[in-house]
Design a protein around this ligand. Structure first.
Ligand code: SF4
Length: 421
């Protein structure tokens, strides 16, 4: 009999720290990807120590999720030291796979462990012949280049008979993932060794050189100061938003849907993971895509959204010409995380200040939102408070606190949202 069970893609979330790993799993990720202190591609993220990796794997496995560790920086000889021992360690703590971009790194992984290997998007796999070759070398899954459509990716999966993973949400790179050296030249930081400073997000202008200084007749392109006449954001990509394509991901049997953002806040991780978890579950239960509310994806800071190359190759419509920060597009402000709950008291570690009369919201692990107008606040010692400051611990007496759990994200509507309500 024909199997009519709908394909259930894995929801894969970024974990830039142990705390974010735990949040991603608690808010519904099937798997997370993270890095140790070396070899990954996000040098500026907190990343996880060896002990934290072991704790993260134990936490994820206890909740039925998997952990993939990135070894996807393009390493020079001097960066390879200790890689084999690290692979042995990852295997010993039960890591489920490593993500690799370089043939030499892959060879070391295979020499020192039996860890399953996922090919990083940094390797820019764009065609079936390449996927077949990687498979023959021992790769289990291809994280395809972001320049592929869902349909092209499905063809590769069918013809190369290999697992495929696609980005569904988050910031984009204007180069073929990471194959860009703007940060190397402008900031002395190597994009492909985790040092990208997102130079493509800046505005740039044409500066004609005085003829005495240039043998060329061409203008040079230089970073512009914000507001400089003529300076424009012409390389900054909008953020990817793949919710509208969820049905296509499912019908084309894409194995894993990846959310970008190991450098992003716990608030981003919680909101985005919960949104896609809710939407995927609803679709798999047979609800139409049109009934799915995507507003939660606007909660955390983000650039204007686009659908990248998911349906057709991205063009000029995917350039975020306005530039500027992503905070103003957020419907909510991040206030902190619930540290603990005891009987009728909630303790919150504050990321931003609050005062009596503010209406805050708890984002629960099942995706529901619990609003609360602050009528009583106190210090840990019990002293009453009218205002609580960033980086302090706030206690809220609350008799009816059912549903709230340690680790829940606490947030507040932005002023613009409050005025619009
Ligand atoms: S500067 Fe921009 S285009 Fe270059 S690697 Fe970084 S994100 Fe990609």
């Amino acid at each position: 009999m024909k199997d009519t069970t709908p394909h259930r893609p894995e929801l894969l979330a970024p974990a830039g720290s142990l705390e974010k790993l735990q949040l991603a799993v608690s808010y519904g990720a099937d798997a997370v990807y993270c890095a140790g202190q070396k070899y990954g591609l996000r040098a500026a993220a907190e990343n996880l120590t060896d002990i934290e990796l072991a704790r993260g794997v134990a936490f994820a496995h206890k909740h039925g999720s998997q952990v993939f560790v990135t070894l996807n920086a393009l390493l020079h000889d001097e960066d390879m030291e200790g890689l084999g021992e690290f692979c042995r360690y990852l295997e010993s703590i039960g890591v489920d796979a490593v993500i690799v971009a370089d043939l030499g790194v892959m060879d070391v992984v295979q020499e020192f462990s039996s860890l399953p290997i996922h090919l990083s998007t940094q390797a820019s796999c764009l065609n079936t012949a390449s996927a077949k070759l990687w498979k023959s070398l021992g790769v289990k899954r291809i994280v395809v280049a972001r320049e592929l459509t869902i349909e092209e990716t499905a063809t590769i999966r069918d013809e190369a008979d290999i697992e495929v993973e696609m980005f569904i949400h988050g910031a984009m790179c204007m180069a073929y993932s990471g194959k860009c050296t703007i940060s190397n030249f402008t900031a002395g930081r190597d994009s492909n060794r985790g040092g990208c400073i997102q130079s493509c997000r800046f505005s740039y202008g044409h500066t004609p050189l005085p003829s005495s200084q240039s043998s060329m007749k061409l203008p040079i392109i230089a970073p512009g100061v914000e507001g400089t006449p003529g300076a424009r954001h012409f390389m900054s990509s909008k953020d990817l938003h793949g919710l509208e394509h969820l049905t296509d991901f499912i019908t084309h049997k894409i194995d894993s849907l990846k959310v970008e953002g190991r450098m992003k806040s716990p608030f981003y991780v919680a909101s985005v993971v919960r949104s896609y978890r809710k939407a995927l579950d609803a679709l798999l239960e047979g609800n139409p895509l049109t009934t799915i509310d995507s507003s939660e994806l606007d909660a955390a800071p983000h650039r204007e959204y686009c659908s990248g190359s998911l349906a057709t190759p991205a063009g000029s419509e995917s350039i975020y010409t306005q530039g500027g920060g992503s905070q103003e597009r957020a419907s909510h402000k991040y206030l902190g995380l619930v540290l603990a709950k005891e009987d009728d008291l909630i303790a919150i570690r504050l990321h931003a200040g609050v005062e009596l009369g503010d209406t805050i919201e708890f984002l629960l692990f099942d995706g529901s939102v619990l609003p609360l107008t602050l009528s009583k606040m106190q210090e840990v010692s019990g002293n009453p408070l009218e205002k609580a400051h960033q980086d302090s611990v706030l206690c809220i007496p609350l008799e009816n606190n059912s549903g709230i759990e340690a680790g829940n994200v606490v947030r507040m509507r932005t002023l613009a949202q409050q005025e619009a309500a």
